[in-house]
Design a protein around this ligand. Sequence first.
Ligand code: SF4
Ligand code: SF4
Length: 87
Amino acid sequence: MTYITGITKGGSKWTPEFVMAVDNSKCIACGRCYKACSFSCLSLHEDDDDDSAKRYMVLENDDACVGCKACAVACPKKCFTHAPLEA
Ligand code: SF4
Ligand code: SF4
């Protein structure tokens, strides 16, 4: 299987791991991933259909993901799933 690869500054190949999902059952809405993502892939969602409003992060624009995994590094609750993509 061949995956999409990138090139580092020094010319080495690397395999990006793109964001696949955010587990909102674990999310505490701290916003760390939102601040870490330079590509505006994430958005804070708020359920307001009952009295116990729940906020959690969702994939808003994940087509813009470059697979850097900065969101996963920033997340204290291990909410993110990432994977390489087939070329
Ligand atoms: S992997 Fe990088 S570009 Fe993709 S959502 Fe996470 S921080 Fe943003
Ligand atoms: S860093 Fe993790 S816990 Fe915090 S808002 Fe993002 S997904 Fe939720």
